[in-house]
Design a protein around this ligand. Structure first.
Ligand code: SF4
Length: 183
């Protein structure tokens, strides 16, 4: 088993801005270096941000942010400390399962640039038309970062009016390792 144990589990409420929902973050120290699992997790998860040199891997799981270091783990965006501890345990199991299955997974060393929702939003039509099923373009941009939606769901973006912005954003997405439609 790659990750034998979590220890020194700590949960806390990080500072939040007015209007934001208060969430819990949990951290844990790990018994064992889990970085050998990162290329395999990077291969099977969508929207991961992998830095092989720094040996860090971040991804989202059911709306929570997970960041893995060789001997530490952080989970953000949980409702309460109990949920945060449960998610830490789930991520531990996930790491071990993935590493046990490594012979069936082609490892990926692909590094994605960190995309921000605001950076994407600036290139979208910003009309909040709702055609993509999201209430606003900003909501769409946030989900695009985590690959919960795909860029081709924004139909207005594929009209002549947005040709230049489209070329820019598709290049940014492609360079960052996201799936993009052919122009
Ligand atoms: S379809 Fe495009 S323009 Fe309309 S709300 Fe969605 S992202 Fe914005």
């Amino acid at each position: 088993m790659l990750l034998k144990e979590l220890r020194k589990i700590n949960t806390f409420f990080p500072p939040c801005r007015p209007g934001e929902v208060e969430t819990v973050t949990a951290t844990a120290e790990l018994i064992g270096d889990i970085s050998p699992a990162f290329p395999y997790l990077n291969a099977i998860f969508k929207g991961t941000i992998y830095n092989p040199e720094a040996r860090t891997l971040s991804f989202r799981q059911e709306g929570r942010g997970v960041t893995l270091y060789p001997e530490n783990m952080l989970v953000a965006g949980c409702k309460n400390p109990e949920e945060a501890k449960k998610v830490l345990g789930e991520v531990k199991d996930l790491i071990n399962r993935t590493y046990e299955d490594k012979d069936t997974i082609t490892p990926s060393y692909k590094t994605r640039a960190k995309l921000t929702a605001l950076g994407i939003y600036k290139l979208l039509p910003r009309t909040n038309c709702g055609d993509c099923g999201q209430a606003t373009c900003m909501a769409f941009a946030s989900k695009l970062v985590t690959e919960e939606v795909s860029i081709d769901m924004c139909k207005p973006f594929f009209t002549d009016e947005y040709k230049k912005a489209r070329e820019s954003l598709l290049k940014v997405l492609k360079d960052a390792g996201y799936a993009t439609p052919e122009l």
